[in-house]
Write a protein that binds this ligand. Structure first.
Ligand code: FPP
Length: 245
């Protein structure tokens, strides 16, 4: 049997600041270099026919950074959303987003909406940008929707189950990530897709995001393919032992 490819890969793109600092550059230069990695990894996921790639581009906690860094990150995001349209179209990539999009600057929202509309009919990889995103906030937003529906009498409290919460997340139809990659070496989840990563395989690499390319993605996928996914059960292990004789 050929090894399973992950359907959905999530990436916590960390290490841009450190990459710049060791070169004596401003942190924003690291974010700029990170855009080349975003392009390379998106193109490779498209080539490998990965269904979804979710990139943690700006967390709800990132507003705590210095004002200038935030401003330059927003400019960079806007530039990406306009400048990469040809790349997205040429690779049949559909752009989507998760997060509190209303909280982003208007100019970014406008370009995001335009790029999403332009690429909406593409059938290759879904490139999902997590923007002004927090995993706990996403759950809060889902719970608010449920509370409103209960108040309106559309739902009773005992109808609230895992499926009801999952159906009210930002992108309810997304497959849960099979593989979450974090660059920059820290062993943390940092509030990324909390609900959806319950059974995801984690892969942490010391490679800093601006240096991450297709070869690094391949290493993560090969590592993922060696894992035994049991979802809390024992069935696979028992079966493979029995199979081994
Ligand atoms: C974390 O690195 C990275 C970010 C907060 C932003 C990620 C943004 C990009 C890769 C570029 C823009 C993205 C798109 C999709 C256009 P860090 O600054 O925390 O690194 P450090 O841990 O070394 O300080």
């Amino acid at each position: 049997m050929s090894p399973q490819m992950p359907r959905h890969i999530g990436i916590i793109m960390d290490g841009n600041g450190r990459w710049a600092q060791v070169r004596g550059m401003m942190r924003i230069r690291g974010h700029e270099a990170g855009v080349d990695s975003v392009r390379a990894v998106t193109e490779e996921c498209a080539r490998l026919k990965i269904e979804q790639l979710t990139l943690y581009a700006f967390s709800a906690e990132n507003w705590k950074r210095p004002g200038l860094e935030i401003e330059l990150l927003m400019q960079l995001l806007k530039r990406f959303l306009t400048g990469e349209r040809d790349t997205l179209m040429n690779n049949d990539v559909r752009l989507t987003s998760v997060g509190r999009i209303d909280g982003l600057p208007k100019a970014v929202r406008r370009e995001l909406e335009l790029t999403q509309t332009l690429t909406a009919n593409n059938r290759g990889t879904n490139l999902c940008l997590a923007l002004n995103y927090g995993g706990r906030l996403e759950i809060v937003d889902a719970v608010r929707k449920l509370a409103a529906e209960v108040k309106e009498g559309k739902l009773t409290p005992d109808q609230i189950d895992e499926a009801a919460i999952a159906a009210r997340l930002y992108q309810p139809k997304m497959p849960e990530p099979d593989l979450v990659i974090r660059t920059g070496g820290e062993m943390r989840i940092s509030n990324f897709l909390l609900w959806q990563i319950s059974y995801s395989e984690l892969y942490v690499t010391d490679t800093l995001w601006p240096e991450f390319r297709a070869e690094h993605l391949h290493r993560a996928i090969v590592d993922f393919q060696r894992r035994e996914r049991r979802y809390g059960g024992l069935v696979d292990r028992i079966q493979s032992k029995a199979g081994a004789g």
